[in-house]
Design a protein around this ligand. Structure first.
Ligand SMILES: *[C@@H]1O[C@H](CO)[C@@H](O)[C@H](O)[C@H]1NC(C)=O
Length: 256
């Protein structure tokens, strides 16, 4: 119980630190986030979703989806999460197709002109590159990529009759359309730094700074750094893992 209260306080500090950062960056250039963006979005394959189903931060491990796809989640209070699973064609040896899994989360702002700017928590993002013909095991590394979407549209898809998000990259080229999957509660892992490192300073890391880990790259996939027994018993970890599980109970809109 005491741990829960301490953790709650840490979260409050995080929230306070967050809003002061927001105040510093906002001014006239940002606007309130459009409620139409809120929720979890996924591409037509419906195989990739943000949240605990694709990335398990306790075991620091991906679960490979059955087919390629992209998913984004946005919250009303300025957090986002994204997951990509892409196939990389190998024209010379088609049987040697590689694939890449990427996951990251962080904060985003909506600019006054509706462009979206996404800044990941850089220690948390992960990438798994699988090149079955070159390496027996995937290459597991940290991944951190800022993103800028020039514009977006939320429309009702004329064919499927459900909400659809069109994101346009920094250069104006469209991404594959995404459809609403969870609303109004997005399916996301907790919107805080999950894998703080010795180098990650500031309030964001204070909630679980106990879970320091080696920052060397690449991380060996297949041999995940399992939490120690004491970490497994740490109620903080289970508190937020439970939160992820709760999010799974949100209303799903997958009938398209
Ligand atoms: C919105 O403003 C940003 C920052 O000034 C700029 O980079 C971006 O191109 C603008 N977006 C549009 C749609 O003009």
């Amino acid at each position: 119980m005491k741990d829960t209260i301490t953790f709650g306080l840490a979260l409050l500090c995080l929230a306070a630190a967050q809003s002061s950062t927001d105040d510093a960056t906002s001014s006239q250039t940002t606007r309130a986030i459009d409620p139409n963006l809120i929720g979890t979005w996924t591409t037509k394959s419906k195989t990739v979703f943000t949240g605990p189903g694709i990335y398990n931060p306790v075991e620091d491990k991906f679960t490979e989806p059955s087919l390629p796809g992209i998913s984004y989640s946005f919250t009303q209070d300025g957090y986002y999460e994204e997951a990509y699973y892409r196939a990389i064609d190998n024209p010379t040896t088609p049987s040697c197709a590689s694939s890449v899994l990427q996951w990251q989360h962080g904060i985003y702002i909506q600019l006054a002109n509706n462009s979206l700017s996404l800044s990941p928590f850089e220690v948390d993002g992960r990438q798994l590159l699988s090149e079955p013909c070159s390496y027996e095991q995937g290459i597991y590394t940290r991944y951190s990529q800022e993103e800028f979407f020039l514009k977006y549209e939320v429309i009702t898809d004329p064919f499927h009759g459900i909400k659809r998000l069109n994101l346009y990259k920094f250069d104006g080229s469209p991404m594959a359309p995404m459809y609403i999957a969870y609303y109004p509660t997005p399916q996301m892992l907790p919107t805080m730094t999950l894998n703080p490192t010795a180098s990650a300073t500031g309030a964001a890391a204070s909630g679980s700074a106990k879970r320091k880990r080696d920052v060397s790259e690449p991380l060996p996939y297949g041999k995940p750094t399992l939490p120690s027994q004491s970490q497994l018993l740490n109620p903080d970890i289970w508190w937020w893992f439970g939160l992820g599980a709760t999010a799974l109970g949100g209303v799903a809109y997958l009938v398209f």
